[in-house]
Every structure is written in C-alpha cells, then in structure tokens.
Design a binder for this molecule. Structure first.
Ligand SMILES: NC(=O)c1ccc[n+]([C@@H]2O[C@H](COP(=O)([O-])OP(=O)(O)OC[C@H]3O[C@@H](n4cnc5c(N)ncnc54)[C@H](O)[C@@H]3O)[C@@H](O)[C@H]2O)c1
Length: 397
C-alpha cells in the first residue's frame, strides 16, 4: 500500500514512522508545506520506503497530483482542510483518514462532523473508505467507549476524560497539540453535548468538575469543551439506554483565565479586526504567542491520560468502568524523540491505517472509530507501546 502522510508535524511524524514499520505498507510519502521538515523526518524512516514532497494543500492541482497513485492518505493537518481533502480523494480514488473534525464550519471555518458523514454515499459509490477522527481523542477514546459498550448490559452515560499534568520548560502556556485546534475547541466552538437523550449546545467554558485520574496523575479540574466524541458516541452507541455523552479536559487555571479574558475583550472569534490601521484576527494573534507542538519536544515533563468512563449495569449491578491510556512525555522523548501527545495521538492513527492495510477494515463509506472491531486495534496499540487499562471506579461517586 502506498501512503501519503499529509502534514508531518508532531502527530504526523509519529504516524508516518509507525506506519512505515508495517510490511503491508510499501511506501510512505511525507508531504508538508515545510519541505525541510519532510527531509528531517524522512531520515527517521527506512530509506527504501520513504519519499518527500513539498506541498501546500491549498494548491488543488498540486494536491491532486500528490494523491494520484496513492492508496491511502493520512491527514495530519488542521481540520479546516478536511472537506477539500476528502473531495480530492473522491476525485483521485484515494482512501482517507483524519484525526479531528471540529465544527460547525460557520463558527470558525472548520469542517463539521455531520458534513463529513454526509459524504458516506459518495465514498461508498467510489468503493472508498474514509476513517474519520482516528487519533487518541477522538479516536482511541471512541474505541474504548465501543469496547466498554460491548461489555455492559446497559450504558446510560459515556464520558471522555483527558488529563495532562505536564509542565513545559520555558513556557507559561503550552498546549501539547495544535494550538489553533486547542483555542478553537476550548474557547470558540460551543460544546455539543448529549444530555437527557438530546443533542444540545453549551456555552464554551461553562461546565467544570473534578476527576480522579489514575496514578501518577491524580485529581484534576476538568472542563467541558467541544469534542467529536460527544457527537460520535450517541451516533453509534445509543442502543443500550444512553442518556448522556460528554467530553472533559483538564485545563489549568492560568489557561482558563487567559481564555476568559480573551473572551471578555471580545476576541473569541477569528473575524478580521482593525486597530490603528493594522488588521488582525484574534485567534491568529493568540496562536502566534503560543509554542507550536513541535517546539515542545523534550520540554514537557509529566503524564497525559485519555480515557472513557462508561456508566451502566452488568449482571444487574451498577458499574462505572474507566478504560484509559497513559503516556509519559519524558519517556516518549527518551525512547522516541517526540512529545507525549504527538506519540499518544500518532500511534492510534497508525494502528487504524495498519488495520486498513491488512484488510481488517473492509467497510466502505465514512467510518468512525466506534465502527471498527476494537480487538485488533487494541492489540496493535499494545504492540506499538501504547498499553491501555480498564478499572472499575466506585459506583457511589
Ligand atoms: N484526535 C486527537 O487525539 C488529536 C490530538 C492532537 C492533534 N490532533 C489533530 O492532529 C492535527 C495535527 O496536530 P499536530 O499537533 O501534529 O499539529 P502541527 O502543527 O504540529 O502539524 C501540522 C503540520 O501541518 C503542516 N501544514 C500547515 N499548513 C499546511 C499546508 N497548507 N499544506 C501542507 N502542510 C501544512 C505544518 O507545517 C505542520 O508540519 C490537528 O488537526 C489536530 O487537531 C488530533
């Protein structure tokens, strides 16, 4: 299988390196607007399996040329390009995978999940598969939800909890993944939640609580933010009595205060603003003051945990079961030369791509992580140094 890795940032590097180790993959083409970075990452892949390409994804004809002859494209860019890329895949007959789909499009110009699913018929008609939202969260978190769903007799609530206790050398604010995506999902996009069996929209940064993450992280304050799982889990896992689905991420007080101040100043959007003759977009301005994900390589110290809590019943008894994955930023750097979030996101994406390459995913159309067989995916995660765990939590919490 010939793979095009589009975007070799923090996540794309890990996905490309992991996929290149798969015998079913003959070639990995690394494409990025930053051509130097493709050359740097190419040096970490087997020389006989790698090619590089400087590519601006906004250049449609160059994109179509890059996709021609490619079996499977892995989208490691920000989600605003998803729809154009999927459209190009339909033109060139290329199977597709992405790691995020924020929405709705009219808020900040990102692609909406519903819009991706609307292409189901078009992909099926062309005998193509599009794997959407295959990172750690969304991605592995949804596979965890499906795994727990299959175990339990009833599932009333599914909640994803993401907690990172890392500090970053030299930075006060340091989102561990794409800062654009981080600001969009925390501040700009109203979180979609599934509450009492209905899809609702909340105000950004309006809901918080505490969650006891497994050791060595412990208790952290978590906030409800816009995330794909709140839409995906009710779409595919509602059959056992689901009433509520949510996503919470740990955010430190300084970051929340910064975002709330930004909102109070009227900057929680990305429309162009004029100030004393200069024009700027508030999101772009804030992001320009934050480190890029790759700037944090070797500078993050601590752990990141992503997991899904299923609340329901088993054999007539109440159950609160949490399935999770913990990655150490320090170990990810020591062993693989990357930061923990890049590792934790890039490996599950690669596991899905490997399943596809091995013929373990044969369905066509738009497939969410809830739609694939969890077992081989989880086995691949373990093989690729991403162990996961399942614990029962007290039912009286
Ligand atoms: N599902 C998850 O768990 C999860 C977690 C983290 C990140 N993500 C998603 O993964 C994506 C990548 O995150 P990241 O942290 O690797 O970001 P990153 O900023 O490190 O990487 C993005 C790469 O895209 C390249 N790029 C930017 N514009 C381009 C263009 N016009 N043409 C070609 N290349 C271009 C950049 O040079 C960079 O190398 C983001 O969309 C993020 O939302 C998903």
């Amino acid at each position: 299988m010939r793979v095009l890795q589009l975007g070799v940032g923090s996540v794309g590097e890990v996905t490309a390196r992991t996929v290149a180790g798969e015998p079913e993959v003959d070639k990995v083409v690394l494409a990025d607007i930053d051509e130097e970075r493709t050359t740097e990452i190419a040096g970490k892949l087997p020389a006989d399996k790698v090619e590089t390409l400087g590519l601006d994804v906004a250049d449609r004809s160059a994109l179509v040329r890059a996709l021609n002859g490619v079996d499977f494209v892995i989208n490691g860019l920000t989600p605003d390009v998803n729809m154009d890329l999927m459209d190009a895949c339909l033109e060139t007959g290329t199977h597709y995978m992405d790691m995020a789909a924020a929405g709705p499009r009219n808020v900040v110009g990102t692609a909406d999940l519903d819009e991706e699913f609307a292409l189901d018929g078009a992909f099926k008609k062309k005998d193509l598969t599009a794997l959407v939202c295959f990172g750690i969260d969304p991605g592995a978190s949804d596979v965890f939800a499906r795994y727990l769903y299959d175990q339990l007799d009833t599932v009333e609530r599914l909640t994803v909890f993401d907690g990172d206790n890392a500090s970053a050398d030299g930075y006060t604010f340091a989102p561990a993944f794409s800062p654009t995506t981080m600001v969009e999902e925390c501040l700009m996009l109203p979180p979609i939640a599934f509450e009492n069996g209905r899809r609702i929209l909340r105000k950004p940064l309006s809901h918080s609580r505490e969650f006891e993450f497994p050791e060595p992280i412990g208790k952290l304050k978590v906030w409800n933010v816009d995330h794909e799982e709140s839409q995906l889990m009710p779409m595919f896992l509602a059959g056992k009595g689901l009433r509520d689905a949510d996503f919470f991420i740990a955010l430190d007080d300084g970051w929340v205060n910064l975002l709330l101040t930004w909102r109070n100043l009227g900057f929680d959007h990305n429309q162009e603003i004029e100030f004393e003759g200069a024009r700027f977009r508030p999101l772009d301005l804030l992001v320009s003051r934050l480190p890029k994900s790759i700037d944090l390589i070797g500078k993050l110290h601590g752990h990141t945990c992503v997991g899904t809590l299923a609340e329901g019943t088993e054999d007539g008894k109440p159950v609160r079961r949490y399935m999770y994955q913990i990655t150490s930023h320090d170990e990810a750097f020591k062993k693989h030369g990357v930061q923990g979030t890049g590792w934790q996101t890039g490996v599950p994406a690669a596991c899905a791509a490997i399943m596809f390459a091995r013929g373990l995913i044969r369905d066509r159309g738009i497939l969410a992580p809830e739609c694939i067989d969890p077992q081989p995916f989880l086995e691949l995660m373990t093989q690729h140094e991403m162990p996961w765990h399942v614990i029962d939590m007290p039912t009286d919490d």
